[in-house]
Design a protein around this ligand. Structure first.
Ligand SMILES: CC(C)(COP(=O)(O)OP(=O)(O)OC[C@H]1O[C@@H](n2cnc3c(N)ncnc32)[C@H](O)[C@@H]1OP(=O)(O)O)[C@@H](O)C(=O)NCCC(=O)NCCS
Length: 111
């Protein structure tokens, strides 16, 4: 697997593997006084699903967030992919309208 990292804008990062990608947005000192990363998009090409690509892309995003001093990564998703994010270490922490808010703690105090 060869994952490419793009940081065209200082606050956005894209990890790509072929047609598959994860996009993260760095948010400033909110939610506990330290930056955090919001995962904006997650997509794995149909023909490579269930082969670890999504998990690897999220792992790259997590490593990037740690390097940038983030204390958490969070995202919003539908019920059918909650299992995928739980498998990647995320925990459910609430709802926005009918979607799940999932959080990955990176250490330190989380609000
Ligand atoms: C959800 C998605 C990103 C998963 O990507 P993937 O590359 O297939 O996932 P992985 O192969 O890395 O899976 C990691 C683990 O999650 C599990 N998993 C994958 N998709 C799952 C799902 N929909 N529900 C529950 N578990 C799932 C896998 O079985 C695997 O577990 P294992 O390690 O015990 O075998 C991909 O199916 C996708 O792009 N779907 C369409 C777009 C979408 O729904 N994006 C999310 C928007 S919030």
């Amino acid at each position: 697997m060869s994952i490419v990292e793009y940081t065209a804008q200082p606050s956005r990062v894209l990890f790509r593997e072929g047609r598959s990608y994860v996009e993260g947005i760095l948010l400033p000192e909110i939610l506990g006084g330290r930056p955090c990363m919001y995962i904006h998009k997650v997509f794995v090409a149909e023909e490579t699903r269930r082969a670890g690509v999504g998990g690897m892309l999220l792992e790259k995003a997590k490593d990037f967030a740690i390097r940038r001093g983030c204390h958490k990564v969070f995202l919003i998703c539908k019920t059918d992919v909650v299992g995928f994010y739980k498998g990647c270490g995320y925990e459910g922490c609430g709802y926005v309208e009918d979607q799940h808010v999932m959080t990955l703690r990176l250490g330190g105090k989380v609000e």
